[in-house]
Design a binder for this molecule. Structure first.
Ligand code: NAI
Ligand code: ABU
Length: 368
């Protein structure tokens, strides 16, 4: 049965708002390249509205409605969001699968993580109340000192396509728990479940402007958000090149920035290991999330005495991986997220293959 993708607008100030320039971006299912809907493409004008809404959310009722409300009030919203995600888990998992190509059971696993994340930070928000104004003893009686935990303010959260709702949750939940207001800019390659989170926030009655979701292109929506003077902090996960641009934008106003970028993670294989066990773990590290994860096993350093046999076992394991539509039962490897990313992978392979005389041991099906 076809999965319905709702047509959404930008989520700003607690409401769905069409992008001012009315631009939209097609949603492409990477497993068959069908267009399955579209998402709004925010520009600077929409980002300005979203930041303004976040600022108002923080100052409304002198902050008492959100940033200086007790942690347990904010926790109540986080727990309500977790409950709604639980209710919609299967639907969200399927949407994630057709949007970014992740095997369905991995996508459902991610939804479990999203629920756990909102619950976890709800607990921390509740814990904040008792820790507030903890006294610090000083050697002099003339001064008093205590710890006051304050939200930083308006935060920009820019996320990638490999863990769409999960990465968003890992940024949104702590920000909201602390009393910040946030603007989320998900990847244009996988925004569907993040927009559904907007609907969830509306359903649970999250105060307007506390979370705003502006979908759109990186160089338009993302760059406007990163350079916005009223954004107090930026949290970004994605490529090192974009991370560098974001850090540069943040540096202009000396604002804090959190970056989670690319990785090149090795597995070291010693000569005395159980080869099949290590082959299995290597394959898992390499192909989980369709191989598109910063912590993927992207380098293998093997003791020379077992190298040939180990590579043979890896090839055997790799050939057993079920490659299919991510919604098919037992799928272990779905499609690469986009055509541009496929081209990038082939370019990298050819470059290194040529330079280091690599040979391809097995090739997965690529529809050309
Ligand atoms: N560490 C991680 O979890 C991830 C790392 N990556 C790495 O990044 C590579 C490229 O993936 P992309 O999707 O192209 O990553 P990207 O860095 O271009 O995109 C990530 C996010 O940044 C936004 N963005 C792009 N340009 C921007 C700008 N100038 N200012 C503000 N925001 C901007 C995008 O719209 C998206 O929301 C991958 O091959 C991989 O190596 C990608 C995804 C996740
Ligand atoms: N930066 C993506 C990390 C994903 C994960 O380890 O769950």
């Amino acid at each position: 049965m076809a999965i319905a993708v709702a047509s959404r607008q930008l989520f700003i100030d607690g409401e769905w708002k069409a992008p001012i320039l009315n631009k939209r971006i097609p949603i492409i299912n990477p497993s068959n390249e069908n267009i399955i809907g579209d998402i709004p493409a925010a520009t600077k004008e929409d980002v300005d509205l979203a930041v303004d809404a976040a600022k108002r959310a923080i100052s409304r009722n002198k902050g008492r409605d959100w940033c200086t409300a007790s942690g347990s009030v904010r926790a109540g919203y986080l727990r309500a969001i977790a409950a709604k995600v639980t209710e919609k888990k299967n639907e969200l998992g399927k949407l994630e699968s057709i949007d970014c190509g992740k095997p369905l059971d991995e996508a459902l696993g991610d939804m479990g993580g999203v629920i756990g994340c909102f619950e976890y930070y709800a607990g921390l928000a509740e814990g904040l109340d008792t820790k507030q104004k903890a006294p610090i003893s000083l050697p002099m009686n003339t001064f008093k000192s205590y710890v006051l935990k304050e939200p930083i303010g308006v935060v920009a959260l820019i996320t990638p396509w490999n863990y769409p709702l999960s990465m968003a949750a890992r940024k949104i939940a702590p920000a909201l728990a602390a009393g910040c207001a946030a603007i989320l800019k998900p990847s244009e390659l996988a925004s569907v479940t993040c927009l559904e989170l907007g609907e969830i926030c509306r359903e649970v009655g999250l105060p307007p402007g506390v979370l705003n979701i502006v979908t759109g292109l990186g160089h338009e929506a993302g760059a406007s958000l990163a350079s916005h003077p009223d954004v107090d902090m930026i949290s970004f996960t994605g490529s090192s090149a974009t991370g560098s641009k974001i850090m540069t934008a943040a540096a202009q106003l000396i604002k804090p920035v959190f970056l989670e970028l690319g990785g090149k993670s090795p597995i070291l294989v010693f000569e005395d290991v159980d080869l099949d066990k290590v082959a299995e773990w290597t394959i898992y590290g390499c192909f989980y999330t369709n191989g598109q994860i910063c912590s993927a096993t992207s380098r293998l350093i093997v003791h020379e005495s077992i190298a040939v046999e180990f590579v043979n076992r890896l090839v055997k394991w790799a050939k057993n991986i079920k490659i299919s539509d991510p919604l098919e039962e037992g799928c272990r490897l779905g499609p690469i997220v986009s055509e541009a990313q496929v081209c990038l992978l082939f370019a990298v392979y050819h470059f290194f293959g040529f330079r280091h005389n690599f040979r391809l041991k097995t090739l997965f099906a690529v529809d050309t």
